[in-house]
Design a protein around this ligand. Structure first.
Ligand code: PLP
Length: 347
């Protein structure tokens, strides 16, 4: 039956997520998941009825958290669905293109490929910022531009003035999508307030990282009302299951937000601990990171990755040479990882 599939689809290789790569271990620091497993007990009644397409309580709660108005929010099945909706809504397959700046998150390319939309890449500069001159030269037929900040896997923030320049350069031509999946770890660096000034700005958010709800599959796109209206045309009729809306609303309640804030503080402290411990090791460079992960350069990254893997410490190798991405786990996970790496490198 494979031959019956669209040609594009026959040629696809599925996204190699951390989950699909597998491995056996007791320390999982490869998917930027939260180490906190918070408990919820959603009401499970009235499941005979379809849910609201955009559960009002959830939308209001996220708008309040993000400091935007309710008509500037659409809830999706994870931020990943937001990526797909933006491409499907704005790019004509076979005609239009998306543009992104590697090294960065893999799903922009995968979604475009699945939909049959051309991908253009303009690599980040040596200090992982936007190469605005090269982007300007590559804008032909580009309808959606993805910029990830804090960037996965490098961890750095993208300069806000550059984001404004990009928004101006593309006004009336392309949507600029700022992927803020990790912004809850550095909330002061969000560009959400630019939504008021730039009609071509969209921002991706998720409950998967700081809110410790990767298993829930709940994300949001923030943008002006007009973009939200366009996305509403292509979203599925019932994307958010009732129990998902209930749990997400609880996570976004005052108490839920306070708990997330405490957990973010703890994880940022663990990140500082890991960074301090790793950076004093010979030949190791730790790049400053604004999310819940660090990109770390070793003398021989692949060997370190495999040695950790064999020890049951599952990290993520990265496209950046000799670099490994390490998610910030519990203090104990950070201690065990650090102590393994220290003894491995000193042996
Ligand atoms: C994890 C991640 C996402 C996807 O988040 P989900 O809400 O779990 O789909 C999007 N963008 C980046 C950069 C991520 O790292």
């Amino acid at each position: 039956m494979e031959k019956l599939a669209r040609k594009q689809v026959q040629q696809l290789t599925p996204y190699l997520s951390a989950r699909r790569i597998g491995g056996t271990g007791d320390i999982w620091l490869n998917a930027n998941e939260s180490p906190y497993s918070n408990e919820y007990s959603p009401a499970l009644n009235e499941l005979n009825r379809y849910p609201e397409c955009q559960p009002e309580e959830l939308i209001t709660a996220y708008a309040s958290y993000a400091g935007v108005s309710a008509d500037q929010v659409i809830a999706t099945r994870g931020a990943d669905e937001g990526i797909e909706l933006l491409i499907r809504a704005y790019c004509e397959p076979g005609e239009d293109a998306i543009l992104y700046c590697p090294p960065t998150y893999g799903m922009y390319a995968i979604s475009a490929e699945t939909i049959g939309v051309e991908r253009k890449t303009v690599p980040l500069t040596d200090d992982w910022q936007l190469d605005l001159a090269a982007i300007r030269q590559s804008l032909d037929s580009v309808k959606v531009i993805f910029v990830c900040s804090p960037n996965n896997p490098t961890g750095n923030l993208v300069d806000q003035q550059d984001i404004k320049t990009l928004l101006e350069m593309t006004q009336n031509k392309a949507i600029v999508v700022i992927d803020e999946a990790y912004i809850d770890f550095s909330p002061e660096s969000s560009v959400s307030e630019l939504i008021r000034s730039y009609p071509n700005l969209a921002i991706l958010r998720t409950l998967s990282k700081a809110f410790a709800l990767a298993g829930l599959r709940c994300g949001f796109t923030l943008a002006n009302q007009e973009i939200i209206g366009v996305l509403m045309k292509v979203i599925a009729p019932y994307p958010i299951p009732k129990p998902v809306a209930e749990i997400a609303s609880e996570a976004l309640s005052e108490a839920g937000r306070a708990r997330t804030k405490r957990q973010v503080l703890d994880l940022n402290a663990n990140k500082a601990y890991l960074q301090a411990g790793l950076s004093i090791l010979d030949g190791v460079t730790v790049f400053d990171g604004w999310g819940n992960f660090l990109l770390v350069k070793f003398p021989a990254g692949d060997a370190v990755f495999k040695a950790a893997w064999n020890e049951g410490i599952i990290l993520r190798n990265s496209p950046v040479e000799d670099c490994i991405r390490i998610s910030v786990g519990s203090r104990e996970e950070c201690e065990r990882t650090l102590s393994f790496l220290r003894s491995y490198l000193e042996s």
